[in-house]
Design a protein around this ligand. Structure first.
Ligand code: SF4
Length: 325
């Protein structure tokens, strides 16, 4: 595979024991929109990759639907190439909620609605210290739980949700989180997105997590024009082998949180700019774009209070506890 210059640099730094920060990994030159669009048309550079990227084999029942002037096979190649590049930019990508077991991940994921993972991570240590099991949380005094969950916002509704699902776990599943999609979505307050987060990260079962970042980025990349999360999940799932779904979800969400923001994407510091049809939607000046980078890419702490070692080894910093300056 012919790599883009930023990817090469990132790979070189990785092999030297360092993780390339986005500002280094990003191309120093801005990529003119026309050039980016030209590079993003993979049909001309397909080469050997064409044989590997057969959409129908992994597509299941969903047809791959490329943008105009891009064949289904070319769309699959471009999508997979973006994922490979992102894997080099975020080799330490992981779920950004702190958890020790499936129950903690399930509760934390429910709490993360309408707030940041950081705020959830700052809140859950007190919750799980007091109520470590579904039985404990199901039997709690709701007012005490509300007080603990107050920093997460919507704390009354969230208290109801996590106590309701704890009760269902205690009564219907012997106090264990089930490892099947059909069981998880029966729990109160648990939809497909939450279920896939739990399946992918606590049970090692592949799943695509279509959150707000995922929806925005796959549309910018023209992987699909669907707007319904279930249809996006199916359309994107058709572009990748199932084994890659969980890591793909992390890569996309991490890119959305660090570089490809909703309002001001940092296009001038984006390592996948040559593959992106939306290049130019955000800041293209490299110096100005660098200032938009977030978390470890901007030299700031991450969202987890207890991040994986790989993140720390790459220079990432843990998030501060609640109330810390
Ligand atoms: S930051 Fe810009 S170039 Fe990068 S993926 Fe987002 S829209 Fe495309």
């Amino acid at each position: 595979m012919k790599k883009t210059a930023p990817a090469k640099k990132a790979a070189a730094e990785k092999s030297a024991g360092k993780t390339a920060p986005a500002k280094k990994a990003a191309s120093k030159k801005t990529v003119p929109a026309k050039k980016a669009a030209k590079k993003a048309a993979p049909a001309k550079t397909a080469g050997k990759a064409a044989k590997k990227a057969a959409p129908a084999k992994t597509a299941g029942k969903v047809a791959v639907k490329p943008p105009a002037q891009e064949s289904p096979a070319a769309l699959v190649r471009r999508a997979r190439r973006i994922n490979r590049e992102l894997a080099e930019v975020y080799p330490y990508a992981h779920p950004e909620l702190d958890f020790e077991n499936p129950f903690e991940l399930l509760v934390a994921t429910v709490l993360s609605a309408q707030t940041t993972d950081l705020r959830v991570n700052q809140t859950t240590p007190a919750l799980f210290a007091k109520y470590p099991t579904p039985e404990d949380l199901a039997a709690a005094d709701p007012e005490e739980v509300e007080e603990i969950l107050r920093p997460c916002g919507f704390f009354r509704a969230k208290t109801k949700s996590v106590m309701g699902l704890s009760k269902a776990l205690a009564e219907d599943f012997g106090g264990e989180v089930p490892g099947k999609l059909e069981d998880l979505v029966k729990l109160p307050g648990v939809g497909r997105k939450t279920a896939f987060v739990v399946l992918g990260n606590a049970f090692g079962r592949p799943g695509i997590t279509v959150d707000t970042h995922f929806q925005r980025l796959v549309r910018r990349w023209q992987w699909t024009d669907e707007t319904d999360p279930d249809k996006i999940e199916a359309a994107v799932g058709a572009l990748f082998p199932k084994t890659e779904w969980t890591d793909l979800s992390h890569h996309v969400v991490w890119h959305g949180r660090r570089i490809c923001h909703a309002r001001k994407p940092a296009c001038g510091a984006c390592p996948i700019a040559p593959l992106c049809p939306a290049y130019g939607e955000g800041e293209t000046d490299p110096e100005k774009a660098k200032k938009l980078l977030k978390y470890e890419k901007g030299g700031f702490p991450g969202q987890r209070l207890k991040p994986p070692q790989a993140y720390l080894d790459a220079g990432g910093k843990p998030a501060p506890p609640l109330g810390a300056a």
